[in-house]
Ligand binder design. Structure first.
Ligand code: AMP
Ligand code: MG
Length: 327
């Protein structure tokens, strides 16, 4: 081909090349993306040199969280958890769902039943998150609580049996943490060495931030836009349960979304509980459980567990911490 005939091709290539170059975002060593998953804003950030690798990894992490939502959501009728709630007695579930239910049961046992995944009927009764929440009568409460004890779910292999057909299953106290763990696992498998995943306060940290620990601000339970403390963490999860997240007020009383399984009412002894643990699913369930147990019993629980630390704010605003909290 003559040089003259090649010139237009060369020019077109130059223009196209220029366009591609302009469309390429500046690589500042970071890619972040947010999405609405599990009713909360999820933020995934990955750090590294390879822009394309970061983008693919962040997208895959968010996709993974959506997949987890479809397994565990109580709002999606087809989810495995909804199918179990609808089942009369026994249902065979996927090994992944069974594993998380087993982990929740273990935490239920470690927390004298404070963590309970069979409170679904109670959640429906209160309608805390709806426009028209309802303060139930004692009669309604005892009906919603019947049969929710530690033997409510029996698991053999992948077969899960409910002790009563009416039991409604709710993994809202652990599934978000699990989704965060899965996102981190996907990022790690994609070769990412440094990343954060934050699902509305359920946070997991992969590696560190350019050689230094991440600085994670913990929300003050009563002062909006104020931090209680800043924690310095790496390769860990940190999860907060608070009575300020989802609540309504009536006659000066705050009714929130963390229920004491012994009363069927919102747990009264804490404003917030933050738990640091190796994985977000455990931190998530333990934060919910410690909130129910109250500040003193909650601190004792978290001290007893290895590689778990915590920070609790009592209902009168006192701050309690475990001895090894990495501040
Ligand atoms: P979290 O925000 O992680 O503390 O979880 C609160 C959610 O967990 C609620 O919206 C319920 O779906 C569920 N939940 C409430 N009380 C309990 C409890 N005592 N044990 C387990 N899950 C609970
Ligand atoms: Mg929780």
């Amino acid at each position: 081909m003559s040089l003259k005939r090649l010139l237009p091709v060369f020019l077109i290539a130059l223009v196209l090349g220029g366009l591609v170059y302009l469309r390429q975002p500046q690589n500042d060593g970071q890619v972040s993306r947010t999405a609405l998953i599990m009713g909360t804003v999820v933020d995934v950030r990955a750090y590294g040199e390879d822009q394309e690798q970061l983008e693919l990894a962040v997208t895959a992490a968010l996709d993974e969280m959506s997949r987890v939502e479809q397994l565990f959501s109580s709002h999606m009728a087809e989810s495995e958890v909804s199918q179990l709630s609808a089942a009369a007695n026994t249902l065979s579930l996927s090994p992944e769902v069974v594993r998380l239910i087993l982990r929740g049961q273990q935490i239920g046992a470690e927390t004298s039943g404070a963590f309970n995944m069979t409170l679904g009927a109670l959640k429906k009764l209160w309608q805390i998150e709806s426009e028209n929440p309802h303060i139930p009568s004692e009669q309604e409460l005892s009906a919603a609580l019947s049969g929710i004890g530690p033997d409510a779910l029996t698991i053999v292999g992948t077969a899960v049996t409910k002790s009563r057909p009416e039991l409604v299953i709710d993994l809202g106290g652990i599934a978000k943490g699990y989704a965060v763990d899965r996102a981190v696992s996907v990022l790690r498998q994609a070769g990412i060495k440094s990343a954060t995943v934050n699902a509305g306060g359920d946070i997991s940290l992969l590696g560190d931030k350019r050689g230094k620990p991440w600085r994670i601000g913990i929300q003050h339970p009563r002062q909006e836009n104020e931090l209680l403390v800043t924690l310095q963490l790496k390769d860990q999860a940190v999860v907060t349960s608070g009575d300020y997240e989802r609540y309504f007020e009536r006659d000066g009383i705050r009714y929130h979304h963390i229920f004491d399984p012994t009363t069927g009412k919102p747990a009264r002894q804490c404003q917030s509980v933050t738990v640091v643990a190796a994985d977000a699913a455990s931190a998530d369930a333990l934060a919910t459980a410690a909130f129910v147990l109250g500040p003193e019993a909650g601190v004792r629980l978290l001290e007893r567990l290895t590689d778990v630390e915590g920070l609790l704010v009592s209902s009168d605003g006192q701050l309690l911490k475990t001895s090894g909290l990495p501040e």
